[in-house]
Design a protein around this ligand. Structure first.
Ligand SMILES: Nc1nc2c(ncn2[C@@H]2O[C@H](COP(=O)(O)OP(=O)(O)OP(=O)(O)O)[C@@H](O)[C@H]2O)c(=O)[nH]1
Ligand SMILES: [K+]
Ligand SMILES: [Mg+2]
Length: 388
């Protein structure tokens, strides 16, 4: 049996099994088995399975990257071309874009890399357009009726993007949203989600000890034990602080290779629908309706992109001069200390620094605060580096 067939068999069995006290151990086992098979599928080195994720080589530029994911002809290249000025072929013919096309968009002084990706394929695994080497794997949707969903590997790029635009054509069925979501999920990508607050600490002996600071509403002890046992973990402390933690959350923590990426659903082609239809679209969470062709609401999309990228702009202030607001040093949240700021300018600067003076929201006083390399900067801070 192939990995894909095994996955289908387990999904069928899970769909047939009612969740209750008597079945929860078994369901936990199935969940873990399924996750292990999916793992094989995207990482064939770990045993058996379908095609590996061969990506497209793209040089990373800019301070952050945004990847465009979607079915063919939803308007990815139209948007990319108009946003960045970099030409990416547009046509009504599906699979026009055959490789990743990078471009740059400057937002609030920060160069953002935009990656126009080939369309995700739904349907027979015939390698249309670019052949097998670009087909990352064969997946099944998580729906009750499993279907064959080969896709193009947006994955290796998507995995490393700081933000994903899931581009949808508002003239096509909204079910496409769900299909793309489960494709990305199958690759271990979690959209608009934080890592679950669950800790599994392995021990040498003592069996399984479960503690929870929140009520367990969607998982029980039997299911937890089944999952751990499927991963051959016999001794561990499990601490659950995640409200409504699920078996999938626990599996994600044990598998450990998940990536958590913010996503915006870009609902394109609103020029072709009525105002009433547009009102309904606004109810979809994390979405921005636009028209790439007529340039409607694209400003809102760019602002949302900026917000979700969560970047930190820091302005340099030379001694006795005004800050240079034209060229911010752009840092990422979580990597925005004075040390990171120095390193972003030149690797020697941190060594030469005696102290720094910071103005802005991270500073204690308006007249500026004297700080060291560990100080964490905030968006739009101004920094002066005093040298030794
Ligand atoms: N009405 C309308 N048509 C659009 C819009 N954006 C793109 N299109 C049309 O949709 C078709 C597909 O556009 P592309 O930009 O090539 O789509 P794509 O997603 O890059 O397609 P692939 O590269 O084949 O995956 C073209 O005929 C575009 O002119 C829009 O906002 N409104
Ligand atoms: K197209
Ligand atoms: Mg295209």
């Amino acid at each position: 049996m192939t990995t894909v067939q095994k996955i289908k068999e387990i999904e069928d069995e899970m769909a047939r099994t009612q969740k209750n006290k008597a079945t929860s151990y078994h369901l936990g086992q199935l969940k873990a088995k399924l996750a292990k098979l999916r793992h094989e599928l995207i990482d064939p080195k770990s045993g058996g399975g379908g095609g590996g994720g061969i990506g497209f080589d793209v040089a990373r530029t800019g301070v952050a990257s945004v990847g465009f994911v979607g079915f063919p002809s939803v308007g990815k290249s139209t948007l990319m071309t108009r946003l960045t000025g970099t030409h990416s072929e547009v046509s009504e013919i599906e699979f026009t874009t055959l490789t990743t096309v990078p471009g740059t968009l400057k937002v609030h002084g920060a160069p953002i890399q935009i990656l126009d990706l080939p369309g995700i394929i739904e349907g027979a695994n015939d390698g249309r357009g670019r052949g097998r080497q670009v087909i990352a794997g064969i997946f099944f949707s998580n729906s009750q009726k499993p279907q064959r969903l080969p896709i193009i590997p947006s994955e290796p790029v998507a995995r490393t993007c700081n933000l994903i635009f899931i581009i949808l054509d508002v003239l096509k069925p909204l079910g496409d949203k769900k299909i793309i979501e489960s494709e990305l999920e199958g690759f271990g990508i979690r959209l608009n989600k934080k890592p679950p607050a669950i800790i599994v600490r392995k021990k040498d002996k003592g069996g399984i000890a479960i503690t929870n600071t929140v009520p367990l509403t969607s998982i029980d002890h039997d299911e937890i034990k089944a999952i751990l046992s499927e991963y051959k973990i016999a001794n561990a402390d499990v601490a659950i602080r995640q409200p409504n933690a699920t078996a999938d959350d626990l599996v994600d923590i044990i598998e450990g290779n998940r990536v958590y990426i913010p996503a915006i659903y870009v609902l394109n082609k609103i020029d072709a629908i009525s105002i009433e239809e547009l009102d309904l679209l606004y109810k979809i969470p994390h979405s921005v309706p636009i028209s790439s062709k007529e340039w409607l609401n694209v400003d809102e999309l760019i602002e949302r992109m900026w917000h979700d990228l969560d970047l930190v702009r820091v302005y340099t202030k030379p001694r006795g001069a005004a800050p240079d607001y034209s060229a911010p040093v752009v840092l990422r949240q979580g990597k925005c200390t004075v040390q990171d700021f120095c390193n972003a300018i030149h690797k020697e600067i941190a060594k030469q620094m005696k102290y720094a003076i910071v103005w802005g929201s991270s500073a204690k006083h308006a007249r500026g605060q004297k700080v060291g390399l560990d100080h964490v900067l905030e968006d739009e801070d101004v920094v002066h580096i005093a040298k030794k």
